[in-house]
Structure formats: structure tokens, C-alpha cells
Write a protein that binds this ligand. Structure first.
Ligand code: ADP
Ligand code: NI
Length: 223
């Protein structure tokens, strides 16, 4: 019985991987299959020290950016819907699907700036896994990839940093990419839910801080 369950779980995950890889072909490079693979790996790492439903965590990591609203006219329900339709088609039960949809809808940084409507251990783990991929060296690469994709300036000292952005301002900002570090990326370390993620975040945070220091000193012609 146990063995059968394990085989079924593996089959569900394998099929999900194939679906996600295919759906994200050609995606913006900061939200492509490789981002998903890194978040999935982070999720598995956090699960080594946290108790939670493994299947829900892994499936959510795989499906969390299947149709990110910022690439789909702000539609926050499209991702959960596509994830739900896919999981139904491979026979996942309804309770599991609803939980996964709730996490996808509520785990984003943007969602966390609005009214928090849902929480669970599984949300906390996948949210941490996603946030770890937004900081450190990879976080820097992803931020400039997204900024380039949106044709944003790299830096503009005349455009002030906005602290405490609300959900709408976060969604509508067209600020230079350097601002994004102060408006989001440097805040993530203190928002980690699990001790494992909090610890990994320390080094990545320091790395971003030294990058910014070097950036500003070069900008000002000091080196
Ligand atoms: P989440 O998925 O945690 O809600 P987002 O999808 O908004 O967060 O952001 C994921 C990543 O996309 C960020 O960590 C960053 O790399 C990039 N990104 C999003 N918005 C911006 C922005 N305004 N400027 C630069 N990078 C951004
Ligand atoms: Ni993501």
C-alpha cells in the first residue's frame, strides 16, 4: 500500500514537471522553468527540517508561476485556474487542489502587501523557497532581467525610493531596477517564515548589500 502511494506521488510530480516545462517555454528568464526548478529545490531543502504535506509543497512550487498575473494583464485567478484544471486532469483530489490554489493566490509578495486571506505551513515553505530565489546573486540577475524585459532604467538618482509600498503602487510601479532592491529585495530576509530559509537568506542579503555599495560607488565615479 505504502509503495503504491509513493509510486503514484512520483507519477503526479513527473507529469507536473512535464506540464510546467512545456507551458513555460519562452517565458521571461526570471520566471522560467529554471526559476521553478530552483524554487522546487529550495522547497525540498526546507522540507528536510520542516513538517508539512510534501506533495502539496512540491506541486505548489512547480505550479506557482504557471500564469503569473504580471504577465497576464493582472489576472490573479488565471494561475490558480490553470493549475486546478491540470491537477484535476491527472486525478489529484479536490481538497489538495483547493489548498494549492489558495497558496498560489496568496503567496506572492504583492498579495502579502494586501489583506492576508489564507495561511498554512505549506504556504510558508513555498513562499520562503520563492523568496530565496529573489535575493542573492540570482536575485540580482533576476531583477535586472525583469527590468530589461520591461525596459526600465537601471538606476535614476532623481526617482526616490518608495518605502512601504501598498499593493496597488507595487503593481503599477515603473521605477528603475535599483529601486526594487530597496522596495522589496532587501526586505525579504526579515520576512522569511522558516529558520532554514532565514539562515540561507543571511549570506544572500549581505551579498546584495555589497553589490549595491559597489554599484553606488562606481555610479559616483569613485572607483
Ligand atoms: P513574488 O513572485 O514574490 O510575488 P514578483 O513576481 O513580483 O514577486 O517578483 C519576482 C521577481 O521578479 C523579483 O524578485 C524580481 O527579481 C523580479 N521583479 C518583479 N518586479 C520587479 C521590478 N519592479 N523591478 C525589478 N525586478 C522585478
Ligand atoms: Ni516565483
Amino acid at each position: 500500500m505504502m509503495a503504491l502511494k509513493t509510486v503514484k506521488m512520483q507519477d503526479i510530480i513527473d507529469r507536473t514537471v512535464i506540464f510546467v516545462q512545456k507551458t513555460l517555454e519562452g517565458a521571461e528568464a526570471g520566471h522560467d522553468w529554471w526559476h521553478i526548478q530552483r524554487v522546487w529545490n529550495n522547497t525540498k531543502l526546507i522540507l528536510e527540517t520542516e513538517q508539512a504535506d510534501r506533495l502539496i509543497c512540491e506541486l505548489t512550487a512547480l505550479l506557482h508561476d504557471i500564469a503569473d498575473s504580471k504577465f497576464h494583464n493582472g489576472d490573479e485567478h488565471l494561475g490558480p485556474r490553470i493549475a486546478g484544471e491540470f491537477l484535476t486532469s491527472i486525478g489529484v483530489d479536490e481538497t489538495t487542489i483547493l489548498h494549492i490554489q489558495n497558496i498560489i493566490l496568496n503567496m506572492s509578495f504583492k498579495a502579502s502587501l494586501g489583506k492576508i486571506e489564507f495561511n498554512s505551513k505549506e504556504l510558508e515553505i513555498v513562499q520562503d523557497a520563492d523568496r530565496l530565489d529573489a535575493i542573492g546573486a540570482i536575485g540580482i540577475a533576476r531583477a535586472f532581467t525583469y527590468g530589461g524585459f520591461k525596459n526600465r532604467e537601471i538606476h535614476n538618482p532623481d526617482i526616490p525610493i518608495q518605502s512601504n509600498l501598498d499593493k496597488e503602487s507595487y503593481k503599477n510601479t515603473t521605477a528603475p531596477t535599483i529601486n526594487h532592491f530597496y522596495e522589496k529585495l532587501l526586505l525579504l530576509k526579515d520576512k522569511m517564515n522558516t529558520p532554514t530559509a532565514r539562515q540561507i537568506a543571511e549570506d544572500r542579503h549581505e551579498y546584495m548589500k555589497s553589490f549595491l555599495q559597489q554599484f553606488h560607488s562606481e555610479w559616483n565615479g569613485l572607483k
